[in-house]
Design a binder for this molecule. Structure first.
Ligand SMILES: [Zn+2]
Length: 174
């Protein structure tokens, strides 16, 4: 898949975690000055994601690639970004990055996580992934249903907007 490189402003922590799970390379370090964000975007060839219209306009004026992120919730934001950049709204853990630190995650033997996850988790799940940098362990647990539901919602929004991009009612979809 085509990995996109982003830098996200301080208001987009949640969206950053989603994009990382989808496999994109997202720099997010909390609150940074506008100048610093613009510099990172320019120097590291990252697309600036921002909820700040003024910062967005500054970026465009300086020739820095930027997206003014719109949407009420994560599903809507993801749908808009997927529409713009054409990436799939599917999580393939082979491509995923750690939502916490942006490093790649790798499959890890079940035996190796025995002391690192709750006993019940170890009992019920067989596939685990480990972040190469921060050591966080991941598995497709009960929370996975919520993750899938959000992605399904995003796909529905995307489908609708794809069929009628000029439909002004779309902004009301929740
Ligand atoms: Zn990590």
């Amino acid at each position: 898949m085509k990995v996109l490189k982003f830098v996200a402003d301080g208001m987009l922590g949640k969206l950053s975690r989603w994009l990382r799970m989808l496999g994109h390379n997202v720099k997010y370090v909390g609150a940074l000055s506008d100048d610093k964000l613009l510099k990172i975007a320019k120097n590291e060839h990252r697309i600036l994601l921002t909820r700040d219209l003024e910062l967005y306009q500054q970026a465009i004026a300086k020739g820095v690639k930027a997206v003014y992120v719109e949407g009420q919730d994560e599903a809507e934001k993801l749908a808009k970004l997927a529409e713009r950049f054409g990436f799939p709204l599917e999580i393939d853990l082979k491509n995923s990055r750690c939502p916490k630190c942006n490093a790649r995650i790798k499959p890890i033997e079940k035996e190796a996580v025995k002391d690192k996850v709750p006993e019940s988790t170890y009992k019920y799940y067989d596939e685990f992934w480990e972040c190469q940098k921060c050591g966080q362990i991941y598995w497709q647990g009960a929370h996975w249903k919520r993750i899938s539901a959000t992605l399904e919602k995003a796909k529905k929004i995307l489908e609708k907007s794809g069929y009628s991009t000029s439909n002004s009612h779309l902004s009301g979809i929740s």
